[in-house]
Design a protein around this ligand. Structure first.
Ligand code: DP6
Length: 383
């Protein structure tokens, strides 16, 4: 049995990917740009094994067996990696051997936190390690699992170039700055209490492309300018500019969601309260200290610099008071307690509106782990 285990990070888009020009190859209608989050706090972990003893392909996700050969996105990734492996002069093992894949997220999938991006990036990276293939084409393979997954193959700040070729060969992710470039870029994820089922991204963006006029304007006129401006802001570490572009792009993405017919509603009242809170806090501070961005769900991802984390967290605690305390409420990196709130005399938006907060920061790309970290035992079964 040949076996490898890897982890891959979550990424959160600053300039959103929304809309495809090819549904099968997953080719987008605009470039997007994201920041990779540290794998210490959140990651997907995958073990892939191949053996002549496996009578079929099997996959487990978070402890449960899930469809493998019936899942076209998984199959496309596997097929592409087998194609690369078959080009090698000395393959490690026959490519027709069946696979067993076991994958886990160390964060709640239900929290709606970009789990498919980390998951598909991890699947592709782990299979590449298993087959021993080089990584030039990996982002364009991960893209075919889930669009945003291509950006999780690098650390730091990453751009997904939409490309123009019909076969998608130039639709790839490229790193624009490593995590070491802006190491004090931190993130607070505010997980909102919400149980409503949302329209999945794949469906939602399909409907936006079919019905929204605003989406065309954004792709043609707004995104190219924003990509170049935010790249500058990242390169010069201009937080003010970085924050403004990030918030405007998130707002425009949700405007498109509303311009879709029937509309996709992702932000809820708590999300809007968080956006209001961030603007009030920035105004009180007399400088842009925090930026928000929201994906296809109500949770907020706040970007801020490390030195501002304690004061901003204090302000969150007083504006969004919660009965849960300690590590029930704050997960991830610890935060110094003694700070003053950055927002004095604020009226709380309500009790228990947030489930919990995750504190993390910019991080690196996928990593290969040792045999001890395997999710599959020597008997070929999940541990
Ligand atoms: C709002 O990558 O999940 O998070 O390609 O259909 O799998 P598919 O969609 P997906 O969409 C992500 C949308 C987003 C914005 C972003 O991450 O850029």
């Amino acid at each position: 049995m040949f076996i490898e285990t890897c982890i891959a990070p979550v990424n959160i888009a600053l300039i959103k990917y929304w809309g495809k020009r090819d549904e099968d190859l997953i080719l987008p209608i605009n470039d997007s740009l994201s920041m990779t989050l540290s794998t210490d706090e959140m990651c997907a972990k995958t073990t892939a094994a191949a053996s002549d003893k496996f009578d079929k392909n099997t996959m487990w996700l978070n402890g449960e067996e899930v469809p493998f050969e019936e899942n076209p996105r998984v199959m496309r990734c596997v097929r592409e990696l087998k194609r690369l492996a078959s080009l090698k002069k000395d393959p490690k093992f026959p490519i027709e051997w069946n696979l067993r894949i076991c994958s886990k997220n160390n964060f709640p999938t239900a929290a709606g936190l970009a789990s498919s991006a980390a998951g598909y990036a991890c699947l592709v990276y782990t299979l590449a390690c298993l087959y021993g293939v080089e990584d030039e084409e990996l982002t364009s393979i991960a893209r075919q699992g889930s669009g945003s997954a291509c950006r999780s193959l690098y650390g730091g700040f990453v751009q997904w170039i939409m490309g123009t070729h019909d076969d998608g060969t130039d639709s790839i992710a490229v790193p624009i700055a490593p995590e070491s470039h802006w190491p004090n870029m931190h993130v607070l994820i505010l997980v909102v209490n919400d149980s409503k089922k949302k329209t999945a991204s794949t469906k939602g963006m399909q409907r936006s492309v079919m019905t929204s006029d605003l989406i065309k304007h954004r792709a043609a006129n707004c995104v190219p300018k924003r990509i170049s401006e935010i790249t500058d802001a990242i390169q010069t570490k201009d937080f003010n500019k970085f924050a403004e572009i990030t918030m405007k792009d998130s707002n425009q993405f949700h405007a498109i969601a509303l311009d879709t017919f029937p509309p996709c509603i992702y932000m809820n009242d708590v999300s809007h309260a968080i956006s209001d809170f961030v603007h009030a806090l920035n105004e009180a501070a007399g400088a842009t200290k925090v930026a928000y961005t929201f994906d296809a769900g109500p949770n907020a991802c706040l970007y801020l610099l490390k030195e501002d984390v304690p004061q901003v967290f204090r302000a969150i605690q007083s504006s969004f008071p919660s009965d849960s305390q300690g590590d029930e409420y704050l997960k991830g990196l610890p935060i110094k307690e003694e700070a003053d709130s950055l927002l004095k005399n604020s009226t709380p938006y309500g009790e228990n509106l947030l489930k919990y907060v995750i504190h993390t920061k910019v991080g690196t790309g996928p990593k290969m782990l040792s045999k001890e970290d395997s999710l599959i035992g020597s008997d070929g079964l999940p541990l």
